[in-house]
Structures are given as C-alpha cells and as structure tokens.
Write a protein that binds this ligand. Structure first.
Ligand code: SF4
Length: 415
C-alpha cells in the first residue's frame, strides 16, 4: 500500500539571495576586524543601529549570534561553560551560549562561512535595556574582556501609552551617545547621514511589515518558521540598502503565491499565532510537526518586533526613541493584550501558542494570566509550550508533540 503523502512546508525561492547578502555582511565585518579598515560596534537587537551606521561603524548583533548558536544546536554544549563562570542557568540562554562559546573559542560563523574564525572584535558595545536587563550584563562582560567602552540607553519598561516624557528621555540618552561614538569611530556626527540611515531603516521596516502581512491571506503564503529565517536582514542590516532590495524580491514571490492560492503549508486547515521566542534548536521539527497536522503557524509577536513604523527621517532622534520604546516587549500587559488581539483578528487565526521560554521571562507572556484573559476576549483557545530558546535540555519533544496534537484535535472538534 502506498504511504500517505504528508503535507510539507514549501521552500521560498528567494532564500538563496538572502543567504548571499547575509554572507556578504559577515565577510565584510570579518575583513574589517582583521584589517582594521572599519570600526565595529556590537549592538543589542533593538538598539540604536541607525546611529551606529551613520557614524560609519559596522554593526554586529550578539543576539543574532546567539540565535545561530541555537539554530545550529551548538548552544546547549556551551551554556554550562558560562554557568561555571557564574552566569546562572536561569538567565538568558543567548547570553550563556554566546559567552560560553566565546570562552571556548567557538562560533557557528566558522561552519557557515569558510575563513571566519571568530566573532569580530568590537571597538564599542552599545545596548538598550528596552528588551531586558540581561543585555547590559552580557555587554559588560565583553567590555571587560576586550577592554573597550560599553555605553547604552536605559528605557522605561512596562509602558502603557508611550508618552512625550518617555520619548524625550530616550532621545536625550541617544543624543548623549554621539560624543563618545565620535571619539571611538573617529567620525564627526552628520545629521544628514543619520537621516539617511533612519530613512533606509523605515523603508526596510515597511517592506518587512508587508512581507509579514501577506500571511493574512487564506491560505497563507508564509509561516512563522520562514519568518524567523527571513527576518535576518531586517535585524542585522537595517539602515542599509540590502534589506530593502531583498524584501522587494521576497514580497513579489509571496504575492505571486497569494495570486495562485499557493499556501506555504499544503491544504492549510488551521491557522495559529505564536507568542514568545522561537525554539531555535527545533525550528524544523516544529515546522514539520505543524505542517503534518495541516496547520500553519503563520504570524508571531517575535517576527513583528522588527517593525518600526515611527522612524521619521525628518526627526531622527525623537522618532528612533519612539520606535524603540513602543515595541511590544517594552509595554504593559494591557497594551500587549490589545496588540495580540488585533494580530489574531488581522491574521484570522484559530488559536494561539504561547512559548514559555524558561530563560527569557521578558518574552514569555503566559505567566501572569494573559492566555486566560485573551481567551475571554477573543473566544479562541490557547496552548502553552514549555521550553527554551537555546537551552535544549529544557525542551521535551515528546510532551510538545502530544500537547500540540491534542490542541489540534480540540480545534477539529470545534470546526
Ligand atoms: S529578551 Fe530574552 S532572549 Fe532576548 S536578550 Fe533578553 S533575556 Fe535574552
């Protein structure tokens, strides 16, 4: 008897082009680190990248490196190294994986890009605590290690409505970074250069939003798992031309899929929203698990976190302060719930998955009754998956599979 064909997630053709621009990005930085041609800043993932680029700095994102350690399933081996150095197994596993790998002289960049032997040595580290406090501790560790300055922005957290006072306070802190950055980069600050990077970031953000919004089509041409890969250029190259060109290409492909009613998951039957961090070491397992149940996890808080609609080249500092403060992760539960409800409506989902990531309370929104409150408002069911972004010792594949299958059965009964 012929075996039943299982639905799969379809490949995106533009992936090759994305890999090319990511390779160029890493090689340019590696070259700069080896030759000293350009100065390098390390920046948090939602830090002031536009300002750093305007000062002529190349920008490395340790969280992106942490995610690479997770996706290549190297992270779990190196987390204990950082634990032994006093960084608890309960804190951010991006931090512990990244520091542990550095202490052992290992990087996934070497496997992916021939000739790259290490992360690029920073000339300065720049953080924004808008996402969590862990990033500051993380960057301080490297500042000591490399004996370079670590400067940053302290953002209010648990913000309800973003007020003028929040924006002014953050904008002032951003402006205060200019002087030390001029000294480190050897470049005089130029407002027009900042306007240019902010405008490119805005263009990137608008296109990335259009890409993610295509998932509202039925069937959806995109999955959350595609999003976690294709967000790379928006994270590490915003403020440059490359992601703008790339997202035009990707968008055209997705629009073509919509026109042909070509869903990313064959025979899409259920549509889900994902809240929280991806489980980097299980991206393909999770993608397969849901596809085989003809379920598309198609939208997420996570991928949408690199949409910055406030960026305005006419008012760079204030608009950057607004964009980096009105982010989901910075906000109060009330604001977050309103956001998720809108997303669930817009993407026409049948339910929501919360990932309770053990080492990232900042991106785990299910711990204080949010699933229950949202269920009341939306009437849609939820499932919480316990796991982690990078520490695979905290992930139970069996339990995840059983829980997801039971959840889909519950959705079947409701159909
Ligand atoms: S938000 Fe979470 S995953 Fe990101 S750096 Fe902070 S603790 Fe780590």
């Amino acid at each position: 008897m012929a075996e039943e064909k299982k639905p799969v997630r379809k490949k995106i053709k533009a992936t090759g082009e994305m890999q090319r621009i990511m390779a160029d990005y890493f090689y340019e930085m590696d070259d700069a680190a080896k030759t000293g041609k350009k100065k390098i800043a390390w920046c948090t993932s939602v830090g002031p990248a536009e300002l750093l680029r305007a000062m002529g700095l190349l920008v490395h994102f340790p969280e992106n490196h942490g995610a690479m350690l997770g996706a290549t399933r190297m992270s779990t081996d190196y987390i204990p190294v950082a634990n032994a150095a006093g960084y608890s197994p309960d804190i951010c596993s991006y931090l512990t994986a990244d520091v542990g790998a550095y202490m052992k002289g290992v990087t996934p960049l070497s496997k992916a890009y021939k000739g790259i032997e290490s992360v690029p040595k920073p000339d300065v580290l720049v953080y924004n605590t808008n996402q969590c406090r862990d990033v500051q501790d993380w960057f301080m560790w490297y500042a000591k290690e490399f004996n370079v300055p670590c400067i940053g922005i302290h953002t209010h957290r648990g913000v309800g409505d973003v007020k003028e006072s929040h924006i002014t306070s953050v904008a002032k802190q951003m402006e205060a970074l200019v002087e030390p950055l001029e000294e480190i980069s050897g470049t005089k600050f130029d407002m027009d250069a900042l306007r240019h990077t902010v405008s490119l970031s805005r263009e990137c953000s608008d296109l990335w939003k259009e890409v993610l919004d295509t998932a509202s089509a039925v069937p959806s041409p995109l999955t959350f798992f595609d999003g976690t890969i294709h967000m790379g250029p928006a994270v590490v190259l915003r403020g440059t031309q490359q992601p703008v060109d790339y997202y035009k290409l990707l968008l055209a492909e997705l629009q073509e899929r919509i026109k042909n009613k070509d869903g990313a998951v064959e025979d899409e039957r259920f549509r889900l929203y994902w809240d929280g961090m991806p489980v980097w070491g299980r991206l393909s397992n999770h993608s397969k698990l849901f596809s085989e149940l003809r379920t598309n996890v198609l939208a997420s808080t996570y991928c949408n976190s690199w949409i910055f609609t406030a960026f305005d080249a006419d008012d760079p500092f204030n608009s950057m302060a607004k964009a980096y403060t009105e982010l989901f992760i910075v906000r109060s539960d009330e604001a977050k719930e309103k956001y998720i409800k809108n997303m669930m409506d817009f993407f026409k989902v049948d339910g929501i998955i919360y990932h309770d990531a053990k080492t990232c309370p900042n991106n785990s929104n299910c711990r204080y009754g949010m699933p229950q409150r949202l269920e009341k408002v939306t009437g849609l069911p939820s499932l919480t998956i316990n796991g982690d972004l990078n520490d695979m010792r905290l992930v139970s594949d069996e339990q995840t599979k059983t829980n997801v299958e039971a959840f889909i059965e519950q959705l079947e009964e409701k159909k």
